[in-house]
Design a protein around this ligand. Structure first.
Ligand code: MN
Length: 148
C-alpha cells in the first residue's frame, strides 16, 4: 500500500482543516479536481487508486480539448477523505489558500503503468478518454484523447 507519510509530514493537523485520513481501499474509482488558489493558482487532479488519492498539480487546469497538452506535476498521495475537501487552508500552513471542487466523478482505468495511465473520466466537466504520460521525475503530460 502507498503511504501517507509525506502528506502528514507537510501538515500540522492542529492548524489545518484538511483531513488526516488513512489509507483504505474503498473499491471505488472516483476522481476529483480541486481548484486551489494558493500562492499560485493550480488545479489538483486526484484519482482514487490503491487506497489513496494519487495526485497531480496541473498549473493550467485539465485539458478540455484534444489539442491541449497540460503539464501535470505528481505530488504526494493524499488520503481518500480528501476527495470532498473544500475550504480554507490556514495562513502559514502548507498550501495556504482556498480549495474548491472544480469537478468530480468516477473513472474507468484502461491502463496503469509507471509510464502511462489511460482513463475514461465521467465527471461534470471532464468526460471521455484521457491519458497521462510520464516524462521525467515527477512530470507528466495530461492529454485528452481524440474521439472515436
Ligand atoms: Mn494544491
Amino acid at each position: 500500500m502507498p503511504s501517507l507519510d509525506e502528506y502528514r509530514k507537510k501538515r500540522d493537523f492542529a492548524k489545518t482543516a484538511e483531513p488526516e485520513g488513512e489509507t483504505r481501499e474503498s473499491g471505488q474509482r472516483r476522481f476529483v479536481v480541486q481548484k486551489h488558489q494558493a500562492r499560485t493558482l493550480h488545479y489538483d487532479f486526484r484519482l482514487e487508486h490503491g487506497g489513496v488519492l494519487v495526485s497531480w498539480a496541473v498549473p493550467k487546469g485539465p485539458p478540455e480539448a484534444t489539442s491541449q497538452r497540460r503539464l501535470a506535476i505528481q505530488t504526494e498521495d493524499h488520503p481518500i477523505d480528501y476527495i470532498d475537501f473544500e475550504g480554507e487552508i490556514a495562513e502559514g500552513e502548507y498550501g495556504a489558500g482556498t480549495v474548491e471542487i472544480w469537478d468530480s466523478g468516477h473513472y474507468e482505468e484502461r491502463m496503469w503503468t509507471e509510464k502511462e495511465i489511460k482513463l475514461t473520466l465521467h465527471g461534470q466537466r471532464l468526460e471521455g478518454n484521457y491519458v497521462l504520460i510520464h516524462t521525467d521525475a515527477n512530470r507528466w503530460l495530461f492529454i485528452k484523447e481524440r474521439e472515436g
